[in-house]
Design a binder for this molecule. Structure first.
Ligand code: HEC
Length: 119
């Protein structure tokens, strides 16, 4: 580990400190979402259960946040659900995910929550 950081700093010049910190933060939050592929179903499924699951429960049956299973979501319109995921719910702990997810990824998650099926 001690040898990695000097290598990185030598390589990237000014601003590398910030890049390093941001890169590390992204990797820690979601290792696979940083990839170029716009939608990676396996990664998104893991993301939903781990990141969304940290509040909604690993099985999405509820925790700090309410249950978000297909049964609980059946009255949601797909577009509304996508917007809830991207923008969060103001004045509640439900955060906006726009910084981490593309609109396509949020749509995928909306479909996933509505159907419970991998596409
Ligand atoms: C920091 C905790 C937290 C995380 C992480 C989180 N949520 Fe939430 N979420 C909440 C809370 C709290 C609510 C309820 C807000 C309210 O009072 O209306 C909520 C509400 C929702 C709702 C509306 C539920 C309903 O019955 O209307 C949906 C859908 C939802 N979250 C999806 C997600 C998805 C998808 C993710 C992952 C991308 C996610 N949430 C991550 C806390 C969280």
């Amino acid at each position: 580990m001690a040898s990695v950081i000097p290598n990185v700093t030598a390589k990237f010049g000014l601003g590398r400190g910030l890049a390093w910190v941001l890169g590390t933060a992204l990797v820690v939050l979601s290792p696979t979402l940083a990839s170029a592929d716009p939608v990676d179903p396996a990664a998104l499924q893991r993301f939903v259960h781990q990141d969304c699951g940290s509040c909604h429960g690993m099985t999405l049956m509820g925790g700090l946040g309410p249950e978000i299973t297909p049964e609980a979501m059946q009255f949601y319109d797909r577009d509304v659900l996508t917007t809830v995921i991207l923008d969060g719910i103001p004045d509640t702990p439900m955060p906006p995910w726009r910084p981490l997810l593309s609109p396509q990824e949020a749509e995928w998650i909306a479909d996933y929550l509505l159907t419970g099926e991998m596409k």
